[in-house]
Design a protein around this ligand. Structure first.
Ligand code: FAD
Length: 508
């Protein structure tokens, strides 16, 4: 950009992975970037802070899976080394240890899904139950993340899908549903089958190493977001906290083609903009739509009110003694009918607690609706009891400090039928773009990686519109393995063929 050219003003709303991703790229391309965050610090769902006693806590611990290629590239570009080594994980039920996972990339590589099937060490689940997953491979092939595939599978519940494909009740209850509870934060009867297939393929099935995971060696806020925000500010971007956006200012108010956004309203303040990127979660977006006299005229934004969000609970417990926990990261099922939970040995994962005299454990509960009304004491007693069920030595350990973070309606509910109400990156306001882990994208990633990628996609849409700067490189997900690609191509041809021959009388 030459010096006389005015820098386009871009306002980004929400400072999670999506908003910071967009801000970081655009500020480096010379845009005048203002990032507005409603909370007291950046990070969104990944924010971390200190308790009154100066102990680090966060809104749930976050893993970074093998396919998070864009986040790993960013961290390298920022010159950070925040991660642990690849960690092994296990799964517990009230009956005890159920599953141990190896580090899949260290095992001889097999065509997917053989490695996942053969190397995962199930302690109790009989082989016959595991084999009942085989027919499901057809749905995995058929669901290729296209719009048509989402429309075919999204109206069906994940439970119905697994039932239709003959998955045994035990495999469903002890393997698939626990994965849905921690991956999509909801039990199978409340999850879209499309989201279930997309999530399982991305995190587990696409390639043998995909389930390998690393963790930050402290809070993600401290290890990644703080230095990242500093770099954005050093490059000239403004990151303003305690700024809750309540409405948009439109240039022409008719809501027709050519409608453009001219800025955002933030309480008594106005921020002018040549382009706006929304990077807020579903609940935040619904609050904006409900308050906004401008967004109300667009059916696509009103439709967002059909979407749901899920309650999550994040707890951290400090014990008076060290209890040996076999593996640092653990997922649990069967303790509550509709809730999944995970616990982490922070003495192993976080540098800060390595030399602590007692155990420091993070325990996070997903779809925790019925737990949120409990008081802190009741919650900590429950966590202590559930931990003791998994690792009996916790029985004698005393909790000497704890933190309870309630996150009502925090994460997107990919409920059956929700796809039709979701937005993609472009909107009918030509200079208003969407990003976040819930919007429609064909990239194929999920969670933090998806949020970051959609932030980059939004930045690239701004660059395309103004013709200033270079697009952010986005690393695509690793291609399908050749046998999966072959099966998908054959399946698509068969579908095309049959759609030409048969009348379209049936539901997709
Ligand atoms: C307990 C828990 C555990 C998780 N574990 C993992 C994991 O292990 N791995 C993984 O990859 N993902 C995990 N996730 C999911 C991950 O946190 C999200 O996918 C990701 O953080 C979403 O980022 P985002 O930028 O889309 O949105 P968010 O992080 O929700 O950021 C949106 C931001 O917008 C702000 N905002 C909202 N409304 C307004 C407004 N009106 N004006 C200004 N700002 C506003 C919010 O304050 C927030 O900071 C977990 C989530 C939770 C809750």
């Amino acid at each position: 950009m030459n010096q006389t050219q005015e820098r386009p003003k871009v306002v980004i709303v929400g400072a999670g992975w999506a908003g910071l991703g967009a801000a970081y790229h655009l500020v480096h391309q010379g845009y005048d970037v203002t990032l507005l965050e409603a909370g007291g610090y950046p990070g969104g769902l990944v924010a971390g802070w200190k308790t009154a006693q100066g102990r680090a806590v966060e809104a749930g611990i976050h893993g970074f899976w093998y396919p998070y290629r864009n986040i790993f590239a960013l961290v390298k570009q920022l010159g950070l080394s925040p991660f642990t080594d690849w960690t092994r994980s296990s799964q517990y039920s009230p009956a005890g240890l159920e599953v141990e996972s190896p580090i899949f990339q260290q095992e001889p590589r097999l065509p997917t899904p053989l490695g996942t099937f053969l190397y995962t060490r199930f302690k109790r689940l009989p082989l016959s139950d595991r084999l009942s997953a085989l027919p499901l491979l057809y749905a995995i092939i058929d669901f290729d993340n296209s719009d048509a595939a989402w429309r075919r599978y999204d109206p069906v519940t994940a439970r119905e899908l697994f039932k239709q494909f003959g998955v045994s009740a035990r495999l469903y209850k002890e393997s698939f549903e626990p994965m849905l509870l921690v991956g999509l934060f909801a039990p199978g009867e409340q999850c879209s089958a499309a989201a279930a297939l997309g999530m399982l393929y991305y995190f587990i099935l696409a390639h043998q190493p995909d389930f390998d995971v690393v963790w930050c060696r402290g809070t993600v806020g401290e290890q990644i977001f703080r230095p990242w925000v500093e770099q954005i500010e050093r490059t000239g971007g403004r990151v303003l906290t305690q700024r809750r956006v309540t409405d948009l200012i439109l240039k022409s108010q008719d809501g027709g083609d050519g409608t453009q956004v001219a800025g955002v309203v933030c309480g008594d303040e106005r921020f002018e903009a040549d382009a706006v990127i929304f990077a807020v979660g579903v609940t935040g977006m619904q609050k904006i739509v409900s308050n906004s006299s401008t967004l109300r005229q667009f059916p696509e934004f009103c439709d967002l009110m059909n979407l749901g969000a899920i309650d999550v609970l994040a707890t951290r417990l400090w014990f008076d003694r060290k209890v040996p926990v076999p593996l640092p990261s653990n997922a649990c099922f069967g303790f509550d009918a509709t809730t999944g939970w995970t616990f982490f040995d922070l003495n192993t994962l976080h540098d800060e607690w390595k030399n602590e005299a007692g155990s420091v454990i993070e325990a996070d509960f997903y779809h925790a609706n019925q737990l949120l009304p409990l008081d802190d004491e009741q919650i900590i007693a429950k966590v202590h009891q559930d931990l003791t069920t998994c690792v009996p030595q916790f029985c004698d350990a005393k909790v000497i400090d704890s933190s309870v973070v309630r996150l009502p309606r925090a994460v997107t509910h990919f409920s059956p039928g929700s796809y039709q109400s979701m937005l993609s990156g472009r909107t009918s306001v030509s200079n208003l773009f969407m990003s976040g882990d819930w919007i429609i994208t064909r990239h194929g990633s999920w969670s933090q990686e998806k949020a970051y990628v959609t932030g980059l996609e939004a930045a690239n849409r701004v660059i395309e519109q103004f013709g200033i700067g270079t697009s952010a490189p986005i690393v695509p997900v690793e291609p399908d393995e050749p046998h999966i690609e072959f099966a998908r191509t054959a399946n698509r041809s068969l579908r095309d063929w049959s759609s030409r021959l048969l009348p379209s009388l049936w539901l997709p």
